[in-house]
Design a binder for this molecule. Structure first.
Ligand SMILES: Nc1ncnc2c1ncn2[C@@H]1O[C@H](COP(=O)(O)OP(=O)(O)OP(=O)(O)O)[C@@H](O)[C@H]1O
Ligand SMILES: [Mg+2]
Length: 244
């Protein structure tokens, strides 16, 4: 689903968290968002999720103004936010249960659990899982919904380098198949370039978009592309902005 952000401002009291932000995200594209802490990335994501409304301007999803959260959009937060009283399998199935309590596709649930490398841990409660595993459960819970729009707020920030790499790989493979519209926030410039069709860089106080670039790298992507001169040029540009 295409997302149009049109001249959006967001004020929190006297603070202008977002200032005249406009962005057109085409259906099925993967957009990554970089920016210093406090520049309004989560604020922007929350508006697309329908969790908060702009002070000025409009956020339009598939041609319709966003009025609140909906089953077409799934959010993955930085913290896994699992339900401690549910085991892994029930956590993954949670969204499906909300959608239609009597018709949960358990084969699909188990398929996603397997793909995430979590088979064998179905009966474990969150506290019996490592942080990386919990984050994978959170991702599984989102992906099992096959959302048209996937909103991710630094989903891999808490993971070790190898797990993070595996998750990036998995996310890209999956996205190649489902072609959801993805908005992915990260502090990691390499991650932003490696994953995105387009990279958006924001500045803080007030939060504005200061750079928006198409990533000139073919898909499928792999980490060796970080040695590509086009990758390095874009990285340098983003770094210059983020360094202020
Ligand atoms: N509900 C709120 N009430 C008041 N101020 C808020 C609220 N949410 C965010 N802010 C403020 O808006 C600004 C942007 O916050 P936001 O969480 O969007 O930043 P961010 O870019 O996601 O930062 P980070 O990278 O640290 O997650 C910050 O100055 C923050 O204090
Ligand atoms: Mg944030």
């Amino acid at each position: 689903m295409p997302i149009e952000i049109k001249h959006v401002c967001k004020n929190f009291g006297a603070l202008r968290a977002l200032d005249d932000v406009s962005l057109l995200i085409e259906d099925g594209t993967f957009v990554t968002v970089l920016g210093a802490s406090g520049c309004g990335k989560t604020t922007l994501l929350n508006m697309i999720a329908g969790l908060s409304a702009p002070s000025l301007g409009r956020v339009v999803l598939d041609g319709k103004p966003i009025a609140g959260p909906g089953p077409d959009r799934v959010v993955v937060f930085q913290q896994p936010g699992l339900y401690p009283w549910l085991n892994l399998r029930d956590n993954v199935a949670f969204g499906l249960r909300m959608r239609s309590p009597r018709r949960i596709e358990w084969t699909r649930v188990d398929e996603v659990i397997a793909v995430m490398g979590l088979s064998g841990f179905e009966a474990h409660r969150p506290y019996e899982l490592s942080g990386g595993m919990q984050q994978r459960v959170a991702l599984a819970r989102a992906l099992v919904m096959s959302p048209r729009v996937l909103l991710m707020d630094e989903p891999f920030a808490a993971l070790d380098a190898q797990t993070r790499h595996n998750m990036q790989r998995f996310l890209l493979d999956l996205w190649e198949k489902i072609r959801a519209t993805v908005v992915f926030i990260t502090h990691d410039i390499d991650e932003a370039i490696l994953l995105g069709d387009r990279v958006v860089v924001m500045s803080a106080r007030p939060g504005r978009i200061v750079l928006e670039k198409r990533v000139p790298l073919a898909r499928p992507r792999d980490w060796e592309m970080s040695l590509d001169p086009a990758f390095i040029a874009l990285k340098r540009q983003a770094m210059d902005i983020l360094a202020g």
